[in-house]
Write a new protein. Structure first.
Length: 132
C-alpha cells in the first residue's frame, strides 16, 4: 500500500507547473507505481485558456472546485464544468478549458504519465516509453 499526500509532493518532481503558465499538476500516482493509470490533482488558473489534445492518452477529469467553460473543438459544443462533474476524453478530442475561477480537478490518465510531461505544441503528451 502506498500513502501519499498533496502536501508532501509540493515542489518535488511530482509537482509540474506548465510552461504555458495556465495550470499546475500534482501527480500522486505515476507509471512507476504500476497501477495501470496515473492520478493527478490539477489546478487550472482563473482567466486562462488551455487547448489540449491527448493523442496518446485517455483522460478523465473530475471537477472538485471552481467553474470552467469546456469547448469540444471538434463539434464546437460548449459545456459548463462545475464541482461534481466529470468529462471523459474517450475520443482523444481536441478541447479547450476556460476557467472562470481557479478550477481544481482530479485527473486520471491511461496509459499512465511517467512524471514530468508538459503539453507539446498540439496540446499532447508524448506516448509512454518502454517500461512505463
Ligand atoms: C484539465 C487538464 O487536462 N489539465 C492539464 C493538466 C493535466 N490534467 C495533468 O495533470 O497533467
Amino acid at each position: 500500500m502506498i500513502i501519499r499526500s498533496l502536501e508532501e509532493i509540493e515542489d518535488t518532481v511530482r509537482h509540474v507547473r506548465a510552461a504555458s503558465g495556465t495550470w499546475e499538476s500534482k501527480r500522486l500516482v505515476l507509471a512507476r507505481e504500476q497501477a495501470g493509470f496515473s492520478l493527478h490533482v490539477t489546478t487550472l488558473y482563473a482567466g486562462t485558456q488551455t487547448t489540449m489534445r491527448y493523442t496518446h492518452h485517455v483522460e478523465a477529469v473530475f471537477c472538485v472546485e471552481g467553474e470552467a467553460e469546456l469547448t469540444d473543438e471538434e463539434s464546437g459544443e460548449k459545456h459548463w464544468i462545475t464541482p461534481g462533474t466529470v468529462y471523459l476524453l474517450d475520443g482523444h478530442e481536441r478541447h479547450t478549458m476556460r476557467p472562470k475561477t481557479d478550477v481544481r480537478c482530479v485527473c486520471v490518465f491511461n496509459p499512465p504519465l511517467t512524471g514530468r510531461e508538459d503539453h507539446d505544441a498540439d496540446g499532447a503528451y508524448p506516448p509512454p516509453g518502454p517500461g512505463a
